[in-house]
Design a protein around this ligand. Sequence first.
Ligand SMILES: [Zn+2]
Ligand SMILES: [Zn+2]
Ligand SMILES: [Zn+2]
Ligand SMILES: [Zn+2]
Length: 376
Amino acid sequence: MILTQCAVCATELGLTLGKKCGRCSTRYCGPECQVQHWKEGGHDKLCKPIKKAGGAEQYNANKKYTEAVTIAVEKCAEDTKGQTCYICTQALHWKTKEGLVRGCSCRGTAGFAHVSCLAEQVKILWEEAEENNLEDKFGERWYRWETCSLCEQKYHGVVRCALGWACWKTYVGRLETDQIRRLAMTRLGNGLSEAEHHEDALTVQMAQLATMRRLGAAECDILIVQGNLASTYQFLGRLEDALRMRRDVYSGRLKLNGEEHYDTIREAFNYTTSLVSLKRYAEAKSLSQKMICVARRVLGEDQLLTLKLRWNYAAALQFVQSDTGATLDNLREAVTTLEGSERTARRVLGGTHPTTMGIETALRQARATLRAREPK
Ligand SMILES: [Zn+2]
Ligand SMILES: [Zn+2]
Ligand SMILES: [Zn+2]
Ligand SMILES: [Zn+2]
C-alpha cells in the first residue's frame, strides 16, 4: 500500500505530513514514534537496507511485490506444474527462484511466465518507447502492464495484482509530477482491486486523487481515478457513494469523449452495474440496451465490454417491473441473451475466465427462475 501512516502508531499522515527519518525517509507522526521505532521497532537494522533500496516507499513496494509474486505463484501452482516460462524458457527464475504464473486467457501450453520476466519485458519495451519518443507506441506498450501480449486479454486476479506491484516498484522513484508515476499508481490500485484487496485499493486511490488535485491534473485523468474509486466503493458495499460517482464519471465522459468512445462505453457499463446493485432495474435496462448497440457497432460482438453489457442487460431484464405483465417475456429474453453471451465468452475468453464463469452462473439462475415461472 502507499505509505500514508506513521510507521509506528499508524496515525494518518496523508502524503506530506509528519517527520521523516533523515536517512531513509520513513515517516512518523513525531519524534517520539521515531525514537521508539529505532530502539524497539528494529529501525536501527532496517534503516540502512531501506535507504539502500531507495527510501521507504521503494522498500515497501519491493517487499509488497515479492509477497504478491509468492501469492500469485501459489495460486497458479496446479495450472503451471511441469511448464516453463515463455520468456526465459526456465521453470524457476534464474535470479529470484520464483515459480510460474498464468492469469490471462492463454490455453494449452501457452502463456506460462515468471512475473519478473513479464515485468522486465514491459520495462524494457517502455524504456525504449520513452527514450526514442515513440509516441504512437506509448499506449500499447504501457497497456502491457496488465495485458498478455500473446492472447491480448487482461490478466486477472492475483497475477494482475503482482504486476500492479511490479509496475509501482518500477516507477515509484520518479518525481511526483511525472505522469508515469501517476499511471503506475493506477496500475497498482487496479491490481489490488483485481485481487480483492479493496481497503488497500481505496488507500492508493485516495492518495492518488489527492495528489492529482494538488498538482492540478487534467479532467480526463481525474475521471479515470474517480472511476476506479467508484469501483472500490462498490466492492466495499458503499453503493450510494459508488452510484453518485459513476453517474458523474459517465456524464463527464459523455461530455469529454462522446458516446462512441471506449471509455464512455466502459463508464456506461459501470454505471449500469451500480444501478443493478441498487435495484434500479428500469434505468439499468434502458441504458444497457442503448449501450449494447453502441458497443456492438464500435467494439464488436466479441469484446469483453459488449459481453458484460449484455450480462447487465439480462440481469436488469429479469427483475424490472412491468405493468403489462411482460415479465415472462423478459425472463425468456434474459435467458436468450445470456445463452448467446455464454457461447461468445467460452469461445473468446475460455471456460475458466471469471467473466465466463459469472455468465454461466447467471444463466443457470435465470433458467431456474424461468422454469419456476413458466406455465406447465
Ligand atoms: Zn506515530
Ligand atoms: Zn531510517
Ligand atoms: Zn522467466
Ligand atoms: Zn495470455
